[in-house]
Design a protein around this ligand. Structure first.
Ligand code: PSV
Ligand code: MN
Length: 419
């Protein structure tokens, strides 16, 4: 069955749901177009089953190379029409023939999002180890090796048309006394300055922070304060990147987002969800209200700054799964992000502002929760329908036996590169 026959079977019910919603709720006329414009990049490392340190269980048919990863994202994009970009991790996914890879991606309607450097693992044949850090390292030679790697990643990105570099550092320490925090910070900034200097003029550098893991006493770029102070030193092309799983428990991420946005230093997102730490669970699977509140700050803040929702920030998923089919999981994440975005677009910002000015706390909550409790799935489906995607991507994926077909061509025991 092709996508249009799949849609034919579902469109009657879909239209009824959409009509009911629009008769009940004031849906801004621009909302569906905004959903259509909103693309969420897929990381090349999320297409295989994520492991834990205890084991890894292949979903079967995992992509064996970059070409197959692009095919997987292409399949996803053909169903949801909202995953039109792929983000590569170097050296897990070095393009051997960038032109051919770009052509292949274009055939699937995909662009290349941020490229990601990796100085958190030692690669085979690498001269100096990152066991005690990379850009922060006490040895100048090790720092230089890590700087050169980042510059190399930029070059790979340029060859594919990427426009941003994401730097996530596992650098830090495991025990008190191991590091001089001040000198460590300064060395890291100096290293980042050299990378920043190699950035093409139309590129952005995203500096991602994370509270802990793999270091368990201190992380050098451990929170938004560290990242923010560093990107401010670097210059106008440097921004902070928020990965939802990288905060200490109960952190008010929406407030962090609001402040970074106000300061013009929010670069983008790695979406995922978590219960305990950097769990890399499906976006919206644990704390959907938090995801909505983040989008509420984003919509309000981006509109206040006159920003383009779709283009001015980097939107990406960063999740990987031990128990789910990676493609099904990505479909769920994309849909959860779109739902949170659509709900945030429904918030009556004017009424909220009035309620705030009147200190009407109850009304503030009513306004937010009215939007959050609205079932906007038919709006998201309408955006997909208008773009030629599937009304129910997950059902289509299952009915078309897509995973079984991938297993048939690629094999049962394949394992994608990544963590
Ligand atoms: C680190 O936990 C992180 O969030 C960074 O974005 C990495 O690039 C990615 O996960 C993959 O390990
Ligand atoms: Mn991340």
């Amino acid at each position: 069955m092709d996508i249009s026959s799949h849609n034919e079977g579902l469109v009657g019910r879909h239209k009824r749901q959409l009509e009911f919603l629009t008769s009940e709720v004031n849906v801004p006329s621009s909302l569906v177009q905004k959903l259509k414009d909103f693309q969420i990049a897929i990381p090349s490392w999320a297409l295989g089953t994520g492991g834990t340190r205890f084991g890894r269980f292949s979903a079967g048919g995992e992509p064996r190379n970059l070409e197959e990863k692009i095919a997987d994202v292409g399949l996803l994009h053909s169903l949801n029409k909202s995953s039109g970009a792929i983000s590569l991790h170097i050296p897990w996914d070095i393009p051997s023939d960038p032109k051919a890879i770009m052509t292949l991606a274009a055939q699937h309607g995909l662009a290349f999002d941020a490229v990601n450097s990796n100085t958190f693992q030692d690669q085979s044949g690498q001269a100096l180890s990152y066991k005690f850090g990379s850009l922060q390292h006490v040895s100048k030679a090790t720092r230089k090796q890590a700087i050169d790697h980042n510059i190399d990643v930029i070059k790979h990105g340029v060859s594919l048309g990427s426009k941003s570099l994401t730097v996530w550092l596992s650098d830090g320490s495991c025990f008190p006394g191991q590091l001089n925090f001040r000198k460590t910070y300064q060395r890291t900034v100096e290293s980042l300055e050299e990378i920043y200097a190699a950035l093409p003029s139309d590129w952005k550098l995203y500096l991602e922070y994370k509270a802990y893991e793999p270091n368990f006493y201190s992380t050098t770029v451990g929170d938004w304060g560290a990242s923010y102070s560093m990107v401010n030193k670097l210059g106008p092309k440097a921004y902070t990147l928020v990965d939802l799983g990288h905060h200490l428990p109960n952190a008010n991420i929406e407030q962090i987002v609001s402040i970074l946005l106000m300061e013009g230093k929010l670069g983008g997102f790695h979406f995922n969800d978590s219960k305990y730490g950097d769990d890399d669970l499906t976006a919206g699977s644990i704390k959907p209200y938090q995801l909505f509140l983040i989008f509420n700050e984003l919509v309000e803040g981006m509109d206040a700054n006159g920003m383009n929702h779709a283009k001015d920030l980097g939107w990406m998923i960063d999740a990987s799964h031990n128990v789910k089919d990676p493609l099904e999981d990505l479909m769920q994440s994309v849909e959860a992000i779109q739902i949170a975005y659509a709900q945030a677009l429904l918030v009556d910002q004017k009424a909220l502002e009035i309620a705030r000015d009147e200190n009407d706390v109850v009304q503030c909550q009513e306004i937010l929760q009215a939007a959050f409790r609205t079932d906007v799935r038919s709006l998201v489906a309408q955006a997909r329908l208008e773009l030629g995607g599937a009304l129910d991507p997950l059902a289509y994926f299952r009915h078309s036996n897509a995973r079984a077909k991938l297993i048939e061509t690629r094999g049962e025991k394949t394992q994608a590169t990544g963590l």
